[in-house]
Every structure is written in structure tokens, then in C-alpha cells.
Design a protein around this ligand. Sequence first.
Ligand code: PGA
Length: 261
Amino acid sequence: MSKLIAGNWKMSCFGADAIDLAEGIRDAVAANDEILDGADLLVCPPYLYIGIVQTVLGPESGVFVGGQDCALSENGAHTGDISAEMLVDAGCNYVILGHSERRQNHKESDALIAKKTARAYAEGLNVILCVGETEAQRDAGKAEEVVGAQIDAADFDGADYDKITIAYEPVWAIGTGKTASPDDVKAMHGFIRGKLQEKLAYGAEIRILYGGSVKPDNAESLLSLPNVGGALIGGASLNAESFMAIAKAAHKIEEQEYAAE
Ligand code: PGA
């Protein structure tokens, strides 16, 4: 399966920036559309700007648009929330759930994330489920235990290999410029793959993204590791050039793998 290169714009842009960024990505993809052979591209703008980004990146651009979260409930009296069906109505194909910033800032529990996941599947969205340990948990030798428990608590009912993506994002690597070492990424992605295969008939097919300070200069080495099916990118996705440089790295690796088969 192609690698998924996903930009998480977080709460880091205004409307005019979102339009510029979407236009930059659209134009770069149009000029290098072979990239889409080896990479699925996704951008996740703040809710408020999904509509304007969709006007730039319609289906013909080949770039998917997703949400950064969704509500627990269906449409109704839930002030301030945005539902999974609203995301679909706005043209989204994906939703990020369980990002560590939501786990920390909004006290989202594994149980709550599992319920949101079920809502997202019910509306036909592809879920990117984020997992990852804090620095203290890694230092205490508990990284696998923590990530394993997050996966055990996940909802896979109604999922399929192309409806669920896991994003391994060590919390200490997010926005810090510190990237997990290739050996650590290899070990954790291998561990996650093993867990998915234990649980699911299609566990070998699920994409496992790495996230945490992915940049153009480390993308190729991270994306070429075994069981790394793409990247979830924060800071470097806010610039069309650096986002596209990461997408190009994914395309190059896919081409090399195809040639080696
Ligand atoms: P970063 O963020 O690339 O800025 O480290 C990644 C993320 O939070 O998804």
C-alpha cells in the first residue's frame, strides 16, 4: 500500500495561510503528479478552515482532507462540537483521533477515543489513531506497555485494513525537534505490527505512521524503515515545500521497493 503522508496543521494557521498552503500543495502535486503513485497525501486543517481548503483541494487535486478530531455524538445539541458526519459532509475522508495533545489538554481517555473511533467508522471515515509514550514512560522502560495498552483499548469493530491507520508518535518527539532513533522506531513499529497481527486477520496490512519531528532531512531514513507506512507531520507540514519534500521521499522509497520486487 502507498505510504500515507499526513499533515496535521493543528491550531497553527489563519484562513489566509490555509489557502496559501493548500494552493502551494495543489500546484506542487499538479506539477509532479507521479508522487501520488507512491504516496497518499492528506492535510488536516483546523475545523474552521476545512471548507476553504476543500475549495482549493477538491477531489481532482488528489490530496485528501481530514479532521483533527471529531465529537463523540451524532449531530444534535452539543454546543461547540463537530461531528463525524459534518466532517464527511465537508468532504473529509480521514480523521485523526487520540492525538497526544488531545489526550493531555482535554483529558481524552482510551475509552473516549474508542467511542469516537466507532462514530468515525459509522460515518465511513478513515481513522488515524495516535498512540505513544511520554518521555518519563520511556525512561521507566514502559514504552511498549503504554503503547500496547493504547492499542488493546482501541476499537477495531467496523475497521478494515484501509479504515484504520495507527500513528506512533512518541510524545517527547512532538514539536521538539527530537526524533526517535531509527532503532527505536524499528522496534516500536515491529511491536505494534505484532500486536495488530495477533488481534486482526488484516493486521499485516494496516499502515503504521511515524510522527514526531519528521522533517525533509530525516524523512527518507524514517520512511524506509520496516513497518513504517507513512508519516504524521506537524511543524513541517505548515510549509508546502517541506511537506512536498517529505512526500517526494515517500515516492522515491516506493519506487525503489517496486523496482526491487
Ligand atoms: P511535529 O508534530 O511534526 O511538529 O513534531 C507531529 C504531530 O503532532 O502530529
